[in-house]
Design a protein around this ligand. Structure first.
Ligand code: KIV
Ligand code: NA
Length: 264
């Protein structure tokens, strides 16, 4: 089957068909998610937390994400691959954003990029969209601005709802093909979804969004620590991997592994 294209996602919105997105950073996960029929994979800067061991996405570099983007694009042929633009690689000017996005596409092989922010990054979105780079927006809670936003908190409560709507509109009007809504009240996300012509992709944004996204090690239970309220754990990969590693270590200690069938 052919590659998912951005117009397919817009058609899905028109038809009322919901779709999913998962993050991916490496070859096995990317292949599994594509085989599972997840139409869009995001090489997210959440890699900072879930792959690189940082405590936020702030330290993630373009070079870091290029490595993961290459791994994911080499490993897939059907899912649409979106690469995040890391903190500091696009905010200063539309030209800076363009240069970074070109790297994600030419070197990384991504078919689209994502950047965080509302009206303040509309000029960036516009320049990219006008020059053949599909852009996904990201408003509401934007992790790269964690320090300015005062930590992980729901955005768009009460009077702030209008701000979320205005930011989503600004990036959509500038040419974004979809907009992530992170940690906004479900009713605000529903309003944004109804008002935007392009799909909304929710994470902690309720059931009315056109699509949903989760960080894969969170949804697969690889994270042993606390996960946000919006995460549903679909597996216990940490438990399974822990059991496997313990069993392997014990069998080596006990002389059970390798057996004759593993030996030459
Ligand atoms: O980096 C990431 O994983 C993301 C998603 C949570 C939308 O930006
Ligand atoms: Na991200």
């Amino acid at each position: 089957t052919a590659r998912v294209r951005i117009h397919h996602l817009q058609q899905a919105k028109a038809a009322g068909d919901k779709w999913s997105m998962l993050t991916a950073y490496d070859t096995y996960a990317a292949r599994v998610f594509e085989e599972a029929g997840v139409p869009v994979l995001l090489v997210g800067d959440s890699a900072g937390n879930v792959v690189l061991g940082h405590s936020s996405t702030v330290p993630v570099t373009v070079e870091d994400l290029l490595v993961f983007t290459k791994a994911v694009t080499r490993s897939t042929s059907r899912s649409l691959i979106v690469a995040d633009l890391p903190f500091g690689s696009y905010e200063a000017s539309p030209e800076q954003a363009f240069a970074t996005a070109v790297r994600m596409m030419k070197e990384g092989g991504a078919q689209a990029v994502k950047l965080e922010g509302g009206a303040r990054v509309a000029p960036q979105v516009k320049l990219l969209a006008e020059n053949g780079i599909p852009v996904m927006g990201h408003v509401g809670f934007t992790p790269q601005s964690e320090h300015a936003l005062g930590g992980f908190r729901v955005q768009g409560r009460g009077d702030a709802a209008d701000q979320v709507l205005a930011d989503a509109r600004a990036v959509a009007d500038a040419g974004a093909f979809a907009v992530v809504l992170e940690m906004v009240p479900a009713e605000v996300a529903a309003r944004v979804t109804a008002e935007l012509a392009v799909p909304t992709v929710g994470i902690g944004a309720g059931p009315e969004c056109d699509a949903q996204v989760l960080v894969w090690p969170d949804m697969a239970g690889l994270n042993g620590g606390r996960v946000p309220k919006f995460v549903k754990k679909y597996a216990d990969l940490r438990g399974e991997l822990l059991r496997a590693a313990q069993e392997y270590a014990a069998e080596v200690r006990n002389g059970v592994f390798p057996g004759p069938e593993h030996s030459f």
